[in-house]
Unconditional design. Structure first.
Length: 333
């Protein structure tokens, strides 16, 4: 088989993976991840077609990732999920050995949490821009970074003081509070966004990605104000799926960079990510006496056991627990 024939088959299979992801309404990020793992898997197997490989090659590749590449257990599980998706959903191969492949055990890690003072210092160093406002909203509401970036104009209700998160992790909708401390900034962001929308209308470049089949059902919805991103990018970019030139929402890396720089200027020595702010949101609520069920709903966790992890990082001093050495010192004085 010639190299050109092999390459043609690889490209065709890549496109099949993309189509399978889109049929199931997977995100563009998941689509890219699955295609990326497929490419790594095929290259490691000598560019052989996956249908000709058995469980021994899949197991050997997963072992290679853990032993030679030293990837984490979560990364290995992601690679396994991508390969299983390839065989079961794309190639349509219902192979019994797929379910028997063992994954590395996920270690139980405690979330990294900032103190209230550290959070305040980081927020103070954020730029007074839409990027800084988006980062602050992560801590203020406990939303995931992707949830904040995908907020649309109609998702923020100033009168009811409610923010609606649509199609969050697991395809679930939920609501959270609209923080009073950020209301002025959000209203200013809406005013700025309205100006950008007017410019887009004048240029004939009003377009936005719509969920499910709304673009076919309501052809003009992509130009309506209600569907526009709250935190839109300053410039236009090409949609990787449709090829249309549109104003997308801010990129995740833009938020990461702003948060990293703010933490550095604030002198915070911990590794700070947007998820660190989400962890801090939950922990601080717990320390303030909020019940675990309320925190679970705000975070969008399907199981309360996931939320219970924050009981291990909450400040025990805030719960009235003192070290026995402190008790001895109090007794001696």
């Amino acid at each position: 088989m010639s190299a050109n024939t092999v390459q043609t088959k690889q490209v065709k299979l890549e496109e099949q993976i993309r189509q399978a992801c889109r049929v199931r309404h997977y995100s563009i990020k998941t689509e890219r991840v699955y295609v990326g793992w497929y490419k790594r898997f095929v290259r490691w197997c000598g560019l052989k077609h996956p249908a000709t490989l058995g469980s021994d090659r899949v197991e050997a590749w997963l072992s290679h990732l853990a032993t030679d590449r030293c990837v984490s257990a979560s990364t290995q599980r992601q690679a396994k999920a991508a390969v299983l998706f390839l065989y079961s959903q794309v190639l349509g191969m219902n192979l019994p050995w797929l379910k028997d492949i063992v994954s590395a055990k996920q270690p139980q890690r405690l979330p990294r949490v900032l103190s209230k003072g550290e959070v305040s210092a980081v927020l103070e160093q954020l730029p007074r821009t839409s990027v800084g406002l988006a980062v602050a909203l992560v801590y203020a509401t406990g939303m995931r970074r992707s949830d904040v970036l995908r907020l649309r104009v109609q998702d923020i209700d100033f009168e009811r003081r409610v923010i609606t998160i649509r199609d969050g992790k697991g395809g679930k909708d939920r609501t959270t509070m609209l923080p009073r401390s950020l209301e002025t900034g959000l209203r200013a962001q809406f005013a700025k966004r309205a100006q950008m929308h007017a410019v887009d209308i004048a240029r004939g470049k009003v377009d936005v990605d719509l969920p499910d089949a709304l673009a076919q059902k309501y052809p003009t919805a992509c130009r309506e104000w209600a569907w526009q991103w709250v935190f839109a990018a300053d410039d236009y970019s090409e949609c990787p799926r449709t090829g249309s030139i549109r104003r997308h929402h801010l990129h995740e890396k833009t938020l990461n960079r702003a948060l990293h720089d703010a933490a550095k200027r604030a002198g915070v020595t911990k590794h700070v990510t947007s998820h660190t702010l989400r962890h801090s949101f939950a922990t601080h609520l717990l320390e303030d006496g909020k019940d675990i069920r309320t925190i679970q709903q705000l975070l969008g966790h399907a199981d309360v056991s996931t939320t219970m992890i924050y009981t291990h990082v909450a400040n025990v001093g805030a719960c009235g627990v003192l070290s026995p050495m402190d008790r001895l010192q109090e007794a001696s004085t």
